[in-house]
Design a protein. Structure first.
Length: 330
């Protein structure tokens, strides 16, 4: 059976103007797949990378990596989901910018009744990212209560979740942001210290806050603009954890630099390396669902755009005019 649905696609890489709302046909799920009818869709910076060509994918491309809705049909071999289940996901391949889609079931999780569709759509990619960073991307000796960590873009979707979760863990999160208002937002969500990197030398401030010792780990989704000074923020044997490049790709550097700065470590992380199995996905999602359901971490949705207004949503996100999470509504 084939059904028609509205979806957002691009025919070539470029600016927000490439995003077009079109009619597409959706068939039945095959083995290992489900069909899901969306209630809300999450917006993420990876969508901008894919649209602009930082990450190149075959065309035409239907964008979107996360959403929440109701399972409409289940393919052969899928046992953890049933028709009618409330569900949410962060998943490859892209395609969530639509009303209805067929997709792999592996990374789709049942959504607890206590969590709304909008919250589910807003939190899966960003919340699972915060989970793997704080719980799985660790410096030597791990992270313990009282340890200092530096988190760039702390007022963004991932950042505000990380601020709260780090506080739950007893960590002293130093959050950076590009305005005083965004710094205040990060502080209100649990950041122990904040730095406006538009007006302050964040490396100098980090050394001041940590009494010259530096932090055990830097979590950086900004990239080119923050890279060099971030390395200077690390304590010996500290970890530089890159997970994005909102300001541009980090240029090549000589490995000897890492030795000169205290035998520090560098890693480039991506969520999709962590959710390559159903068991890993569910374990990480359970951790996220628990901390959100308990109220210890609140998912802040500051922007809502209709699916038809997706160009405006991308423009706002790319201009860094958003805070917290952004969703597309149906």
């Amino acid at each position: 059976m084939s059904l028609m649905t509205k979806a957002v696609r691009i025919e070539q890489h470029g600016g927000p103007e490439q995003l077009k709302l079109v009619d597409v046909s959706v068939g039945d799920p095959g083995p290992g797949q489900i069909r899901i009818r969306h209630h809300a869709i999450g917006l993420n910076f990876i969508d901008v990378y894919q649209r602009s060509g930082v990450y190149t994918l075959p065309m035409p491309l239907q964008l979107g990596m996360e959403a929440a809705g109701v399972v409409d049909a289940v393919g052969e071999g899928v046992t953890h989901l049933q028709v009618g289940d409330r569900a949410a996901y962060a998943s490859q391949p892209p395609g969530s910018y639509c009303e209805l889609r067929v997709m792999p079931a592996m990374n789709v999780c049942k959504l607890p009744d206590a969590i709304s569709f909008e919250t589910g759509a807003a939190m899966m990619l960003k919340g699972l990212t915060a989970q793997y960073l704080l719980k799985r991307t660790l410096p030597q000796g791990g992270l313990n209560a009282g340890d200092f960590v530096l988190f760039h873009a702390a007022a963004g979707g991932v950042g505000l979740i990380a601020c709260q979760w780090a506080k739950v863990m007893g960590l002293q999160l130093i959050g950076t942001a590009g305005s005083d208002a965004k710094c205040a937002l990060a502080a209100a969500h649990g950041a122990a210290h904040t730095i406006n990197y538009a007006t302050e030398d964040f490396a100098a401030r980090v050394k001041e806050i940590t009494a010259g010792k530096g932090v055990k780990v830097v979590y950086d989704s900004v990239g080119k603009d923050t890279w060099d000074k971030s390395l200077d923020c690390l304590a010996p044997f500290g970890l530089m954890a890159s997970f994005g490049n909102a300001s541009g790709v980090v240029p090549p550097f000589a490995p000897g630099l890492l030795g000169a700065k205290g035998s520090i470590y560098v890693t480039r992380q991506t969520l999709f390396s962590h959710i390559t199995s159903r068991a890993n996905t569910q374990a990480m999602a359970d951790d996220l669902f628990a901390v959100v359901s308990s109220g210890q971490v609140k998912i802040r949705i500051d922007q809502r755009f209709a699916l038809a207004d997706v160009q405006q949503a991308h423009t706002a996100l790319e201009a860094r005019k958003t805070t917290g999470c952004t969703i597309l509504t149906l």
